[in-house]
Design a protein around this ligand. Structure first.
Ligand SMILES: [Ca+2]
Ligand SMILES: [Ca+2]
Length: 184
């Protein structure tokens, strides 16, 4: 009876200590998890928002232009903005490279994201022969003619051309701007 009482008194104190320690550790783990959440930049959402990859004005830019035959005329200095929108298979544009040009560049620029990749093709003036294509995974597609990456080797630089902005995957949608540059 005299031996049992000291043991009975010590045991509850030891158990209470373990419980308190466990709660403290759980609190630390929980705190780490919250800290990681707080580290997420609050301004990361707007650019990545899948709900607003384009607006109607961008969708309607130079439409209808879904085939080489209906390619929309553009000039050096035109930039869009345009968009590949839901149900839009392609945007074709026609442009002229002047007689004194030695090379030209066609460039698409956009903010790539999942289901938002756009690719670029260049054709001859009536859109019947593809001259080059750029199908990367970044925020830009570019073709320089004459050029080697991608290969573009037109018979003569001056003349009429057609370029096409199109979804990299069937359902890809995104806004983009474009640029035409000519080197004399
Ligand atoms: Ca179109
Ligand atoms: Ca691409």
């Amino acid at each position: 009876m005299a031996r049992a009482q000291p043991n009975g008194g010590a045991t509850p104190r030891w158990v209470a200590g373990r419980v308190a320690c466990g709660l403290f550790a759980a609190g630390l783990v929980s705190g780490c998890s919250f800290a990681l959440n707080w580290d997420t930049p609050p301004d990361a959402a707007p650019d990545a928002s899948p709900d607003a990859p384009y607006d109607q004005v961008e969708c309607d830019y130079k439409e209808p232009n879904d085939t080489p035959a209906t390619a929309a005329p553009v000039v050096i200095g035109d930039t869009g903005p345009a968009a590949i929108c839901a149900g839009d298979t392609s945007d074709f544009y026609r442009f002229t490279v002047p007689a004194d040009a030695t090379s030209f560049t066609v460039r698409l620029m956009f903010m790539n994201r999942p289901t938002g990749d756009i690719d670029l093709r260049l054709y001859n003036g009536d859109g019947t022969a593809m001259l080059a294509q750029s199908r990367g995974f970044g925020d830009m597609e570019q073709i320089v003619c004459p050029g080697t990456s991608p290969i573009c080797a037109p018979a003569a630089v001056p003349g009429e051309y057609v370029f096409e902005a199109f979804p990299a995957l069937v359902d890809s949608v995104n806004r983009y701007t474009f640029a035409l540059e000519v080197e004399p």
